[in-house]
Design a protein around this ligand. Sequence first.
Ligand SMILES: O=c1ccn([C@@H]2O[C@H](COP(=O)(O)OP(=O)(O)O[C@H]3O[C@H](CO)[C@@H](O)[C@H](O)[C@H]3O)[C@@H](O)[C@H]2O)c(=O)[nH]1
Ligand SMILES: [Mn+2]
Length: 891
Amino acid sequence: MAPPPAAGLGGNNAGLADPLLPGDGGGDDAGRQVGGAAKDKYWVPAEEDEEICRGEDDGRPPAPLLYRTFNVSGVLLHPYRLLTLVRLIAVVLFLAWRMKHRDSDAMWLWWISVAGDFWFGVTWLLNQASKLNPIKRVPDLSLLRQRFDVNPVAAGECGSSSSILPGIDVFINTVDPIDEPMLYTMNSVLSILATDYPAERYATYLSDDGASLVHYEGLLETARFAALWVPFCRKHRVEPRAPESYFAAKAGIYAGPAPEEFVGDRRAVRRKYEEFKARLDALFTIIPQRSEASDGSANSKGGGGVKATLMADGTQWPGTWIEPAENHKKGKHEGIVKVMLSHPSDRPKLGTPASSDHPLDFSAVDVRLPMLVYIAREKRSGYDHQKKAGAMNVQLRVSALLSNAPFIINFDGDHYINNSQAFCAAMCFMLDRRDGDNTAFVQFPQRFDDVDPTDRYCNHNRVFFDATLLGLNGIQGPSYVGTGCMFRPVALYGADPPRWRPDDDAKAVGCPGKYGNSMPFINSIPVAANHERSITSPVASLDGAAMAELEKVMTCAYEDETEWGNDVGWVYDIATEDVVTGFRLHRKGWRSMYCAMEPDAFRGTAPINLTERLYQILRWSGGSLEMFFSRNCPLLAGRRLHPMQRIAYTNMTAYPVSALFIVVYDLLPVIWLSHGEFHIQKPFLEYVAYLVTVIAMIEVIGLVEIKWAGFTLLDWWRNEQFYMIGATGVYPTAVLHILLKKLLGLKGVRFKLTAKQLAGSARERFAELYDVHWAPLLAPTVVVMAVNVAAIGAAAGKAVVGGWSPAQVAGASAGLLFNVWILVLLYPFALGIMGPWSKRPCALFALLVAACAVVAAGFVAVHAALAAGYVPSWLGWSRVATAVLPSGWQL
Ligand SMILES: O=c1ccn([C@@H]2O[C@H](COP(=O)(O)OP(=O)(O)O[C@H]3O[C@H](CO)[C@@H](O)[C@H](O)[C@H]3O)[C@@H](O)[C@H]2O)c(=O)[nH]1
Ligand SMILES: [Mn+2]
């Protein structure tokens, strides 16, 4: 990001060069951390930084600041706050006006709608309040280098033996090599192995919840290919370091030291990459063939005479088998841990010069690879495996025994590192002298590759990632929202942040019993707290005892009678482990930091099929409600939770409740069909005027927000639309789930794995967008659409039948405005259920007009029939003596 040069900063302060100006970074990162963008012109450096830089009075130069703080400039911030205040007043006036005019055609509905308006006002306020002081923090990567990575060798990379950067354990999760295409997972692994962080200071743990041999052998292939890919990335400083994305993009400006070798090297690596992909693909056939072809020797027979799945050396795979057998099937198998790449030496190791069988010259490149470990935790029937949270808690324990880094970072299997400075960026926050020690986690935004250009289903979630989280950043910190988040494990273990520790007995984290009965694990906890410990210290050799310990902490039974999933590690029994786990840390008084960088730190895939997307939102909204009605309810937290943060969490967990009112509003137009005139609030026109004002003001505030947050009008609009789509079908379902759970003790919303499409496959791009998967979850929204279309049709019919006074016309138009508004909001949904037809949105308009016309015609026909004295009966229409128009219809 590149705001204008900071006046008054970067003066005489040692080391405080402006990190935001291009070319200032000195190293290879200069261009990368800045990525100039006009959208940042609304951000100004915070004065607080300037004061801190001037230093304390003790005469010593203060430690430099590893990140810089920016506020929204007054030109936008003041109007933004003012508009919020004005709307608040408007809402209060509106509610007061309503209370004074208790006049409606149905008082019970009037009360519901007053309650609804009140609730909308409150949730809007909760939501808006947390956005009034947005803060951006920009890491200073070059300073981090100067201080912690003193003598970079290996072509200026972080990789150096004189580095004192803290260790990191990297977690990555996957479940199924098909639902979550293995190519993505292995690309993520490659991007991690090649990232710009000293190889001896981090270790990667892949958790495979499917325990499949395909993943295991795929990872072996990946480790082999990494020996070429990683040095290639370092030599030419390529970005991004996930090969699939790298080769898909046009080559950018060359940043490395060997331009003359680049083209040849790139071509060679590309060829090897294609071969690597082919080998990954082949695993899906080789492994079954291998197991099929075995001669029936003792090795190949599992229990019950099924064919065992065999590893390359002919021995039985301990995980799940292709032909499921006892102890070798989904949900029932032993734990597996394999070190694929062992921890490298501390000193850089240069590669070999080019030769006939190795065409790339790596003689000036550090060719070490970081440690890589495969984990499949034990699964037993009778245990709830707690999905992703369970998998990560096992990763936490296994990594603690093996490398025990003071920091960890977690990735979903489909998210890769897009900017290899990301680890260093997170470190800037963790190591900064201001709040670093009190920072439990650094959350990065989630960005996606495969989303269609207009982002029909609001997958990018820009309003959340570019506005809401920056707002929280100005309070106690962003919530934890899953992939791309760096943690301080001691915080996960339940330690208090230094700021709230009663004495300096820093490492005490409570009674050992709550962590289970592995002494080596318990002993690792205080060690992990110390990030000055210069390197990760992996166990020297995996002897029998060490292996036994690893296996022990991977078992299901290990967590019995412990605090895992409760006060320790990732939280259990909830569809969304993320927000609640972050909340637990905030409640303890920890803070968090938000780190958005350019180019994006990480990127991944998103569900672009409507049904998948709705299930994802169902999981999130269901999880939120579960949290609200659990012991982790924000209202129950103690005083360490910042008051504003409490408000934000309340909003974040209670929001689906709004849907109950929205559904009532959305279905109200049904009244058009039965009555001539019905007004929920009289005088109706004034009511509509108020409504239009308060709704329009939300949009006006949104216009200011898009300026400072730097997204587009379309992003904002999609967010509005998707809120309505969620509110018509998904949120009510979530509310229903939680009611059933609380009242009848049924299970809550399940964690349904989001299926990922394979980009660049034979199918057309964004093909998923046009697949319609009908599910009950779609039904309510279809009903709402139908009701509103019918209402418009009925109104048109009434207009045709005629006889309206001007006042009635005005009233009807105001009501219709509302119907149209709902339809416009539900537009992406309508496209979604049209499948391939949605490629021509005019077809949708034609359909809508036709539907309205049919209803209108029907209305006119019925009216005519009734006027002529016909009444409907079981046998069809029968003639009665006089016209039978209901009184309300006599218009
Ligand atoms: O039994 C399981 C189920 C899932 N996962 C992993 O969990 C991750 C997330 O699953 P996915 O289906 O991709 O969910 P998303 O909705 O895409 O995930 C978002 O929402 C989740 C919370 O609901 C967060 O945990 C994620 O980080 C966030 O990206 C994936 O890596 C899975 O492999 C497991 O390891 N074990
Ligand atoms: Mn995902």
